[in-house]
Structure formats: C-alpha cells, structure tokens
Design a protein around this ligand. Structure first.
Ligand SMILES: [Zn+2]
Ligand SMILES: [Zn+2]
Length: 213
C-alpha cells in the first residue's frame, strides 16, 4: 500500500484564515454573487477555500467560493457540474467586496476549517469500478473508509463512481472534496461535494458537483 500525503479539512477554531463553510462569503477581491441559471434565484453560499502556499495552489486566484441553488420550489440540477444550478466563483486578489444580490435564505451554519496532515491509498481509490476484481473493490471500500471525507489534494473519493468533469477537452484536475456532514450541507443523503479545476487557462476554471445516496 502506497500512502500519498494530502490535507484533511477539519472543522475547528481558529481555522485557516478565509477557509470556512457557511456564513457570508469573505472574498480576497471582487466576488459577484451567482444566480441559478435554471430558476434565476441567488444561490446559497456553501464554502470557500483560500490560496494557501504549500497546501492549496489556486494561483492566480486568491480564493474560490462554492454556491448552489437551494430553491425549495424548483428541482434545479444542483448536483450537476454543468447545469448552472451550482457555481464556483474564482476571485482575484484585490479590494474585498461582494456585488450582486445575496441569497435571502438563512445562511448555512458557519464552520472555520483547518488543514490537517493526512494520507490515503491513491492506487486503491483510483481503481476503475467497472473493471475491478472483487479484491480491488474490497480494497476500494477500505481505502474510502480510511481516507478523509473532506480534503484538499489526493484523489476524489467517489460515492457513485468516477464522474470527473471535462473542460477544454481535457479531464479536470481534482482540487478538494467536502462531506455534507458534519457541516449540514445539502448534498443528498450523506453526500459529498467535489471541486475540480481546468488544466488550461480558462474563462470558467473551476467546476463543482455532488454525489449522494
Ligand atoms: Zn435554481
Ligand atoms: Zn477549461
């Protein structure tokens, strides 16, 4: 077993500055509050991560902010990377300010986040479930149990099979994963959210999707 280092995202005060779930977004520059492309309602702010040298390279951006539609009167495809019912807002360093209409819904509970050293079995987690042997599937289950549920770096711990998005005709690079619990996020039943980045210089560099039971 070859264990690769990464950073677990764990709740706790004081937390890494500007790394958090919930509350109101705290950008490193100008953030335009996104609306849902399907229903037009301002999206709910979920979490944000800052550029953190040596741990999380977001350059040239200072922070990335993830939102999703939580309009209870619609069935917008908020789990989908390309539906426009969730949003990733990459912010360039500058004078921090928020423009656009914020969500009128009650914000998600606020949780400061810390980066903690962790490791996971990359090979076991990267197996193709469609071609895996029984032994490989057992190893995958063990590796999923042992890997951090929320993390930056490493490989995605898929609940429903590999769904890495494409951008600019290339597979996107995995950035971070956030578990719905303990944060109380709405990613389906005990779901997970996955943040990816385009490998090319791209107008819309990040993408977010979720999987739940
Ligand atoms: Zn919507
Ligand atoms: Zn792209």
């Amino acid at each position: 077993m070859n264990l690769a280092p990464l950073w677990a995202l764990i709740p706790g005060r004081p937390g890494v500055p500007l790394a958090k779930v919930g509350g109101f977004p705290e950008p490193t520059g100008l953030l335009n509050w996104p609306v849902c492309a399907q229903c037009g309602e301002p999206q709910q702010f979920l979490f944000q991560l800052p550029h953190t040298p040596g741990k999380l390279d977001l350059s040239p951006f200072g922070s990335v902010h993830v939102f999703q539609c939580q309009n209870p009167e619609t069935v917008c495809f908020r789990w989908d990377a390309d539906s426009g019912a969730n949003a990733t807002v990459a912010v360039r360093p500058g004078a921090p300010r928020v423009e656009g209409a914020p969500s009128k819904r009650v914000p998600q509970a606020e949780w400061p986040l810390n980066f903690a050293p962790a490791q996971e079995d990359t090979a076991a987690l990267s197996v193709d479930v469609n071609e895996a042997t029984d032994a490989q599937l057992e190893a995958l289950d063990r590796a999923l149990d042992a890997a951090p549920e929320s993390k930056v770096g490493g490989v995605p711990g898929w609940l429903n099979g590999d769904a890495a998005p494409m951008c600019c005709e290339e597979p996107m690079r995995f950035v971070a994963q956030l578990s719905a619990m303990p944060f109380g996020l709405e990613f389906g039943d005990a779901g997970r959210g996955y943040l990816f980045r385009c490998t090319q210089a791209c107008e819309q560099p990040f993408r977010f999707l979720t999987q739940g039971a």
